[in-house]
Design a protein around this ligand. Structure first.
Ligand code: HPA
Length: 281
């Protein structure tokens, strides 16, 4: 099984690190990987079945080490459905992290905001999602070794992890919006009419990723949290152009907040803090 081979390779490459949290870094958010201590970076090409991303801003390597004392496996670069290569590599990568020991997956991404009051540079905690990719990564034969044929997505975005992230953000003075993330296939950005539709559907932000990883992770029992970095207002909501260069530039300006939030979150994780605890470190 490819995921098992990839997991064995991950553990062999960084023998002292049994990762507890997997982190997926979105477009322009790769800086978190540079803060990993005792880092071993493994190019995806050297991990069986891992994706080889082609998009600028996505490095394509797995960084193993510790962040805030928490053993982590950081995916610097991801696959997108719009690349047209299917979901096999994404499934292998998420399942390999699970088999390597991860209990939770932290997803980050760039997104367009559908709410004018939540503008570029803000962070949005993902509370739920709407899958408009027109596809589900679990379609096809089910691998019973990982999870059930019909997995539930109730509380897909883990309430306890969300509470912890909110608490940390408040403590750090980082404004953290909350909302529903809609995944559209891309690679074209939305039309103004589609942005209006997404608002009517109940979405607060739109992007082209994140949802497939969440679905595969929940299927195999990983807890999932997600933070979207708002890089722009949805097409038609402002005069700013919406293009990949703007996405990368605005992602960079919010990356510092994201890094602080993630490192605080991981310190809580390693200290076993759960929502409602008095003795938060
Ligand atoms: N739409 C889709 N994906 C995105 C956007 C957007 O406006 N911004 C960053 N990723």
């Amino acid at each position: 099984m490819t995921a098992a081979k990839a997991a064995a390779e991950i553990l062999a490459r960084a023998p002292g690190v049994r990762p507890r949290v997997g982190i997926v870094l979105g477009s322009g958010l790769g800086g978190v990987a540079d803060r990993v201590e005792g880092a071993t970076a493994v190019p995806y090409a050297e991990l069986p079945g891992f994706p080889v991303p082609a998009v600028e801003g996505h490095a394509g390597r797995l960084v193993l080490g510790t962040l805030s004392g928490c053993p982590v496996a950081v995916m610097q670069g991801r696959v997108h459905a719009y690349e047209g290569a299917g979901f096999a590599a994404l499934k292998t990568a998420v399942r390999a992290l699970k088999l390597a020991g991860c209990e939770a997956l932290m997803l980050t991404c760039a997104a367009g905001s559908l709410r004018r009051e939540v503008g570029p540079g803000r962070l949005m905690l993902i509370t739920d999602h709407i899958n408009l990719l027109g596809a589900n990564p679990l379609a096809g034969p089910n691998d019973d070794a990982f999870g059930p044929r019909f997995p539930s997505l109730t509380d897909a975005w883990d309430p306890d992890l969300r509470a912890r992230l909110k608490d940390r953000a408040a403590g750090l003075g980082i404004p953290l919006a909350e909302g529903v993330y809609a995944a559209c296939l891309g690679p074209s950005f939305e039309t103004p009419a589609e942005v209006r539709m997404l608002s009517v559907l109940g979405a607060d932000a739109v992007g082209m990723s994140t949802v497939p990883e969440c679905i595969v992770a929940r299927h195999c029992g990983l807890r999932v949290a997600g933070v979207a970095v708002i890089t722009n207002l949805g097409v038609g909501l402002s005069d700013e152009p919406v293009d990949h260069d703007h996405t990368l530039r605005n992602a960079a300006s919010a990356a510092a907040d994201l890094e602080r939030l993630l490192t605080g979150f991981l310190a809580d994780h390693v200290n076993g803090w759960t929502a409602g605890d008095e003795a938060q470190p």
